[in-house]
Design a protein around this ligand. Structure first.
Ligand code: EPZ
Length: 416
């Protein structure tokens, strides 16, 4: 198959790799740009499939988005009303298309978006998103798989999130940024991507305080002016390369990172026996002489990120002992277990808990990427497995990892 990745189990990886811009910041900032008057320019946007899809959606609905010669991305919405009906064929490919809800309600007081399809890690409900926008005065109807939202009497409100949902926090922030009065989000998500969104909106003239904590206050603004903004580095991409050093027994310097965003991953890698050092050019990870078993619980930031769970599971197949992984964020994020078992891993599943017995020598096999992080984890396992590993559906991986084959080859991997 043309889009399969083939990895030869190889010797340790050595060298340095530069992290690209964060997928989960880029997607929401590109979408938030539709609320600005004028041309937004975003730097450090990763050239990944999810970004290409959101650019396509914007151009389909009449909002010009295009790459500039200097590598930046410009977004230029027309003045006046835009038809907000995001095309189903495109939006079903991208969970983040649900973020058009808050951006369009903020821009023009109405939004029509298709209910994002479920994906391989869970049902991905939107109840908290809808609770938030309704509290801000939007009337919401769901018909034929579409959400129709229209702002009646826009007014700021206090919203308590039952779960610190990243997307719901972002949708509420975007709508509230242009809703008159004070909005307070309690139990808000604290991820670094939320902080990047708040910094971006504030540069545009919004008045948002408390991003990064669990209470965010937003004063509605009349107008938001387009600005130039640099996307933060991708902490999940960086963490994936840090694990590549530990799993292959090598040494990798991951450059262009904000190391505070990676403390949960650094701590767990150290616990697993790797040498991890923060220096002014990035984070250096050197494999220890053995991999120790560790227990992982995924939690909202600053807990251990669910987006690194599969990658840690691959590493822990080689640990000398038993590791327990509890996935608390998504109800179905263990699809990789069956694929790792095809490679010889010894993993037992009990509901939200996976028990990983090690050390196991994995051997190459034909496996399938079920989501982008599982796909990245299969690459990590393939780097160490004996023989050849072929990953089907590897386009999942290109959704969120810019030039992952090229970056790994530059570190000595045999991958094509
Ligand atoms: C964002 O997804 C990220 N995606 C995900 O990254 C990440 O895994 C996730 O946050 C958690 O950190 C983007 O930013 C584009 P949530 P999001 O709303 O916003 C439940 C990747 O690999 N929930 O925080 O969809 C939901 O079911 C992707 O880069 C509700 O119950 O995540 C899930 O169990 C995967 N009701 C939990 O919250 C709602 O209304 C976390 O979801 C919304 C969410």
């Amino acid at each position: 198959m043309k889009d399969n990745l083939i990895i030869e189990g190889s010797q340790p990886l050595y060298g340095s790799v530069r992290t690209s811009g964060a997928k989960n910041a880029a997607l929401v900032l590109i979408i938030a740009s539709i609320m600005a008057e004028g041309q937004t320019v975003l730097d450090n946007v990763p050239k990944i499939r999810d970004v290409e899809v959101v650019i396509k959606i914007l151009n389909e609905i009449g909002i010009k988005a295009k790459w500039q010669d200097d590598g930046s991305l410009s977004i230029c919405p027309p003045s006046g009303h835009v038809v907000s009906n995001t095309p189903y064929e495109l939006s079903k490919m991208l969970r983040a298309s649900n973020l058009f809800l808050g951006a369009f309600l903020g821009r023009q007081g109405e939004a029509t978006i298709s209910m994002p399809g479920g994906c391989d890690i869970g049902s991905r409900p939107m109840d908290l998103h809808l609770k938030g926008v309704q509290a801000l005065g939007a009337k919401v109807e769901i018909e034929h798989g579409y959400i129709y939202a229209k702002r009646k009497q826009p007014i700021g409100a206090s919203i308590y999130l039952d779960f610190p949902s990243v997307g719901a926090t972002e949708n509420i922030m975007m709508m509230a940024a242009k809703t008159p009065g004070l909005t307070i989000i309690e139990n808000s998500a604290k991820e670094p991507e939320i902080v990047d969104l708040a910094n971006f909106l504030n540069a545009m003239g919004a008045k948002i305080r408390g991003a990064g904590t669990d209470i965010i206050r937003i004063e509605g603004a009349e107008v938001l002016q387009a600005v130039r903004h640099q996307i933060i580095p991708d902490r999940i991409e960086a963490g994936t390369y840090m694990i590549a050093a530990a799993i292959t027994g090598g040494e990798i310097l991951v450059e262009n990172v904000i190391s505070t965003h990676l403390h949960p991953v650094m701590a767990k890698l150290q616990e697993a026996g790797a040498y991890v050092e923060e220096n002014d050019s990035g984070i250096l990870v050197k494999a220890g002489n053995k991999i120790k078993p560790v227990d992982i619980k995924t939690l909202p930031y600053p807990g251990f990120p669910t987006d690194m769970q599969s990658q840690m599971m691959a590493l822990l197949c080689f640990a000398e002992g038993t590791s327990v992984i509890v996935e608390n964020i998504f109800e179905n994020r263990f699809q990789i277990v069956d694929e790792l078992k095809r490679m010889g891993a010894n993993i037992k599943l009990e509901g939200h808990t996976a028990v990983v017995e090690g050390p196991r020598r994995l051997n190459g096999a034909k496996v399938k990427a079920t989501d982008l992080r599982a796909g990245a984890a299969l690459i990590l396992a393939g780097l160490v497995a004996e023989g050849k590993t072929e990953i089907e559906n590897s386009t999942h991986i290109y959704r969120g990892y810019e030039n992952i084959a090229g970056k790994l080859v530059s570190l000595g991997a045999r991958i094509k």
